[in-house]
Design a protein around this ligand. Structure first.
Ligand code: C2O
Length: 618
């Protein structure tokens, strides 16, 4: 372990990154590439093949100590190794405490004033159940009529509770609202200031939503006297479940699960996990695109904890906004897709203040929660979670089925089975594990890349109102597989300025020569940045950051030997422009170890994919 820590101080020359101005204008050609049959593809390679059980935990712990200011310093010049050694600023005694409900504040501005402050009652500490009966969350598309009836009845009972009962459906939605719209503050403690609580865009994202659903589920179960009741999950990651599950669409049969404030297309068109909007793509094209997007955010660019989970967030620090791959990808896309475009603030799902008012939120987040579980399952046991106590000891408050205000910690929710629930696996297809893009054959790229501006020539701030292309020098090239296992090359984009009240998104491509940016199945697609509307009534700009892993993509494109890469920042059509400032760094060393089990599992998935394909499920 300590050797890992040492290597922090030996590597890193940073590089600058994102560029500006020259740009070829975007050509939105509609060419989409379908995945070939598996036989035609290069055999799937495990995305990592180390046999050691390295402990990424320890260095992610270290990584957490990386002061954001150091990154900014790195923008203009070298990323000094000395900075990496200083852990002093972020001492590990700063978990985010539970909110002080007495300081909860409403949001009164136009156009929609709202208050989502739940009742303030005495707090009890949560204790993990001992041997809880296992509840199995069903895939929503496969749920039986009997199950849906029970679920509908439970939600109806929840809606019928007195408006002031914290278990009431609207009160439940306030809990989510309060944690993400500036309503909650944690108290000043031990000399550290009070601060705003935000559960999106940082490492609290998965734990908060897991706890939120846990209590929601328990309340529903108690209302129908069924302690085995479990929420459904809408597995939008599957090609067979891309349209909204029927249980949410029937106002007459299942009125409690219905909500009029939704995009009316969601029942008959597949969700596009790359954009959250509709297009003229066919069902098969969207299925292929989604499969690649899922692979990218779950596997290809998510080999380290921080890439997947989001950025650290500690008491006393400004609220960070660095969502992980899953949150800014499929999670945000489904929110946007389900929100009602007829409403100015895209309620309910399209805006975090109202999202919890839509029953489909819970089916969506049950699947987001499942993504966390699936991601953890692919990793060695000692690499599944941050071990940082600031993470493990962060707290939230929720109401339980007895209307008690319960204080929970992040560290108690990491393994869903310990909370007494699991996800249905029978009959549920996970296809994206093998949707890694084509490996490209190296072409005559070198000549053309020089046509584009270099990073140093860009002027910041950079307005993303069109495609921006820039050449970015790499910190090192021709790294060996072993070196690549040990270090992840990252593109870091800092200071992305977003208006909290507006949806925003851009995609990032590497070495894309054809300017065809609507095909996300190609190896050149690196990832996305997106932002879902928050406090829609307060015009406010916030800064976001994003980190994108390059290791595998560079292999896919066969450009590991290149000195520079061409980055394209591609704003999505119809969205107001973002402003971005820079940078890319090589951050050492994020261990990418896989256990033998994982490698094996990958091969199994490959066989599985064959089977799925032969049966023409696509
Ligand atoms: Cu808290 Cu999907 O949002």
């Amino acid at each position: 372990m300590s050797s890992l820590l040492c290597s922090w101080a030996t590597t890193s020359s940073p590089l600058l990154a994102i560029p500006s101005s020259s740009s070829s204008s975007s050509s939105y050609s509609s060419s989409l590439v379908l995945y070939p049959k598996p036989k035609a593809r290069k055999a799937a390679r495990p995305f990592c093949s180390a046999r050691r059980n390295d402990e990424e935990n320890q260095n992610s712990n270290q990584e957490n100590k990386l002061d954001r200011r150091n990154m900014l310093i790195g923008l203009g010049g070298l990323y000094s190794a000395a900075n990496l050694g200083s852990n002093t600023l972020e001492s590990s005694a700063a978990p985010i405490p539970a909110p002080d409900l007495s300081t909860c504040r409403p949001n009164l501005g136009p156009p929609v004033p709202y208050s989502c402050c739940p009742p303030d009652t005495p707090i009890v500490d949560f204790t993990l159940p001992t041997n809880p009966p296992m509840r199995t969350r069903p895939a929503a598309h496969l749920a039986s009529a009997d199950y849906i009836n029970r679920y509908n009845r439970a939600v109806q009972l929840m809606r019928n509770l007195p408006a002031t009962d914290p278990r009431n459906f609207l009160q439940q939605s306030y809990v989510h609202c309060a944690y993400c719209n500036g309503a909650y503050f944690y108290p000043a403690l031990q000399g550290l200031n009070r601060g705003e609580i935000q559960v999106h865009g940082n490492w609290l994202f998965f734990p908060f939503h897991r706890w939120y659903l846990y209590f929601h589920e328990r309340i529903l179960g108690s209302l129908i006297g069924d302690p085995t009741f479990a929420l459904p999950y809408w597995n939008w990651d599957s090609p067979y479940a891309m349209d909204a599950p029927a249980m949410y669409s029937n106002n007459r049969t299942y009125p409690a699960l219905y909500n009029d404030r939704r995009n009316q297309l969601i029942y008959r068109r597949p969700v596009n996990l790359g954009t959250g909007t509709d297009s003229n793509q066919t069902q098969a094209q969207i299925a292929n695109s989604n499969c690649a997007v899922m692979n990218n955010e779950m596997i290809r660019t998510a080999t380290t904890l921080e890439s997947f989970m989001g950025t650290p967030y500690r008491r006393g620090n400004a609220v960070p906004n660095g969502p992980g791959t899953s949150e800014r990808g499929s999670h945000n896309a489904v929110h946007r897709w389900c929100g009602d475009p007829r409403l100015p603030a895209e309620e309910d799902m399209g805006n975090f203040y109202s999202a919890g008012r839509d029953p489909i939120f819970y089916g969506h987040h049950s699947n987001v929660d499942r993504m966390w579980t699936l991601w953890r399952q692919r990793r060695a046991a000692n690499q599944r979670d941050f071990t940082d106590t600031d993470y493990l000891n962060s707290q939230f408050l929720f109401y339980d089925e007895n209307s008690r205000l319960v204080r929970v910690r992040v560290g108690d929710c990491l393994d869903n089975t310990r909370l007494g629930y699991q996800f249905q696996t029978e009959g549920v297809f996970v296809t994206w594990t093998d949707c890694r893009p084509f490996t490209r054959v190296r072409g005559s790229r070198a000549a053309r890349i020089s046509d584009f501006p270099k990073l140093e020539t860009l002027e910041f701030p950079l307005k993303l109102d069109k495609v921006v292309k820039v050449r970015v020098p790499r910190p090192r090239k021709s790294r060996t597989p072993k070196e690549k296992e040990e270090e992840v090359e990252l593109l870091l984009i800092e200071d992305i300025e977003v208006d909290v009240g507006e949806f925003a998104q851009f995609n990032i491509f590497v070495d894309e020569e054809e300017d065809s940016f609507d095909d996300l199945t190609k190896a050149e697609f690196l990832g996305t940045f997106s932002h879902v509307r928050h406090k829609h009534d307060t015009p406010m700009k916030i800064k976001a950051q994003e980190r994108l892993e390059l290791n595998t993509l560079l292999d896919d494109l066969d450009v590991e030997g290149d000195e520079e890469i061409l980055i394209s920042l591609v704003p999505l059509a119809g969205i107001s422009p973002l402003v971005v400032s820079r940078s890319a760094l090589l951050l050492p060393p994020h261990k990418n170890a896989c256990s033998d089990d994982q490698v094996l599992a990958y091969e199994l998935y490959d066989a599985y994919y064959q089977k799925v394909h032969e049966n023409n499920y696509y």
